[in-house]
Design a protein around this ligand. Structure first.
Ligand code: ADP
Ligand code: MG
Length: 486
């Protein structure tokens, strides 16, 4: 598409993100909530929707939803009612989904993302409500029939609905990435889009840039990675612009993303709310949430990625790049927090983490929890560099490597054992300085005649003689002083 056409239009996007809650049991029954179990093994009569069975609310779901609401600065609704959303699907035996129509557990709130210029932007959240997942229809295992696995039916979900505040596919990518990071920090959802424990529907419309009203939206489903969310939106924006340019009205419909072809395909015309015939769920009593309950959950909230990011950049002086990479993964951030509880050298801790430690993890395909050296030992390693006992080069090349073999030894002991302790004692460094000067009379003569850059040569010799153990800062100072006095 020509840039001049594309640039006449503004995309408007609102996302609906479904997150499967990591509760032990399902939303309204004691069936186990697990991924990958033998099909139809976690299905009681409640999950199967047998007549006469009654749902029972899993209170952990409520706690998890409140955690999410607090993380997004939402209002928590005091009285929770549940509703039935009716529709027929082979993988929904009850014939309806228990959800929250009028009383979503959370309303309002924001998710902070980067816009396309790298500036911070708050995407408003409309609501978060609790509902249950449907089972899974499997079309690609049997040649003739569709198979149904009801293990997923009744797994608790929260649905996070954004305002139409998102303006590009990249912003949408950033939004879902942020949500995934937050649910993982909160430990309420594993965030795996490939296993569909996190799913996203994208509502997309386009309008002329100076238009007063949004265009007509299309809803796209079935994107199993964040990259695919971005690709589907990108495709959809272009498709809609092309239609409008041809004076064709964009149909309000639900489309499906075909990841292999990279296109969206019409599934059905958009259903209106009244197609679902919502009505109050008579089998679940309304639930009242007490302020103390919210306060307890609040007091148990883990640190969130954005909080840590702001602390690292504002208080610790880390670069945005480092702060982003450390907070991207909760385990990594916690390891960093643990290192800095033993050292005040925040910058050096970040450098070790993003440098030697991360490359060790990457090379070996390890998770952070598999890293053999304790946070306290990493801090000790930093301390012996900072006190001049070893240079950072020696620390990285020799001591770190030795520590990986013997993670329980103290870095100082290792450095001593390998005879790596730097000499910062001025008398012994001065001996090296004098040795270098005596051994290189020609260079000394040239230095006296003005070839000041020979300092580097002398320093090289000094480090050689001292086998790399002279503290370079002290050595450089003493060498320069002595040479200038000649
Ligand atoms: P439904 O329940 O039918 O999906 P909602 O009113 O809950 O409808 O809205 C769903 C999503 O559509 C929200 O994320 C909202 O931000 C988004 N949305 C609403 N209007 C537009 C629009 N004109 N263009 C893009 N997205 C929109
Ligand atoms: Mg929708």
């Amino acid at each position: 598409m020509k840039e001049e056409i594309r640039s006449k239009y503004q995309a408007v996007i609102g996302l609906e993100v479904h997150a499967q809650m990591l509760t032990k049991t399902k939303a309204y029954s004691s069936d186990v909530n697990e991924f990958g179990a033998i099909p139809n093994s976690n299905v009681s009569v409640i999950t199967l929707g047998h007549p006469g069975t009654l749902p029972k609310m899993n209170v952990k779901t409520i706690e998890f939803a409140i955690r999410m609401g607090l993380a997004l600065e939402s209002e928590i609704t005091e009285v929770q009612n549940f509703d039935r959303k009716n529709y027929f699907y082979p993988d929904l035996p009850k014939g309806y989904q228990i959800t929250q129509d009028q009383t979503p557990i959370c309303t309002g709130g924001k998710v902070y993302i980067k816009d396309d210029n790298g500036n911070e932007k708050a995407i408003k959240i409309t609501r978060i409500h609790m509902e249950e997942d449907a089972g899974k229809s499997i079309h690609d295992v049997d040649v003739h029939d569709t198979l149904v696995d009801l293990n997923r039916a009744g797994i608790p979900l929260i649905e996070i609905v954004s305002e139409p505040d998102i303006r590009s596919s990249q912003e949408a990518y950033n939004f879902v990435t942020e949500i995934r990071k937050i649910v993982r920090y909160l430990e309420i959802c594993d965030g795996n889009m490939e296993e569909s424990s996190l799913r996203c529907d994208a509502n997309i419309s386009v309008m002329l840039k100076d238009a007063k009203e949004f265009g007509r939206r299309v809803e796209v489903k079935n994107m199993n990675s964040i990259k695919n969310v971005q690709h589907a939106i990108e495709f959809e924006i272009k498709r809609q612009i092309e239609l409008i340019e041809k004076n064709v009205i964009v149909a309000q419909e639900t489309r499906s993303f075909d990841a292999l072809k990279g296109i969206t395909i019409s599934m059905r015309s958009k259903e209106a709310a009244n197609d679902y015939r919502f009505f109050p769920e008579p089998d679940l009593l309304p639930i009242k949430i007490k302020q103390e309950q919210i306060d307890t959950i609040k007091s148990e909230m883990p640190a969130l990625p954005r909080e840590l990011f702001l602390k690292y950049t504002n208080e610790f002086g880390l670069s945005e790049y480092d702060a982003y990479n450390i907070t991207d993964n909760k385990a990594l951030a916690l390891f960093y927090e643990s290192i800095i509880s033993h050292t005040k050298n925040y910058k050096s801790a970040a450098n070790w983490l993003m440098g030697d430690i991360k490359s060790y993890l990457n090379t070996n395909g390890f998770e952070v929890r598999e890293f053999p050296i304790s946070a306290e030992t990493v801090a000790e390693l930093i301390a012996i560099i900072d006190t001049g006992k070893i240079s950072s080069t020696v620390a990285s090349q020799k001591v770190f490597t030795a520590l990986l073999e013997n993670p329980n030894q103290a870095p100082l002991e290792i450095a001593k054992g390998l005879n790596l302790i730097q000499e910062s004692n001025e008398d012994s460094i001065l001996e090296y300085v004098n040795e270098v000067i005596t051994q290189n009379p020609d260079e000394v003569e040239r230095f006296k005649n003005g070839e000041k850059r020979l300092t580097g040569f002398f320093m090289g010799k000094l480090m050689q003689i001292s086998k790399g153990k002279a503290d370079p800062k002290a050595a450089n100072r003493l060498m320069t002083e002595t040479l200038n006095k000649l």
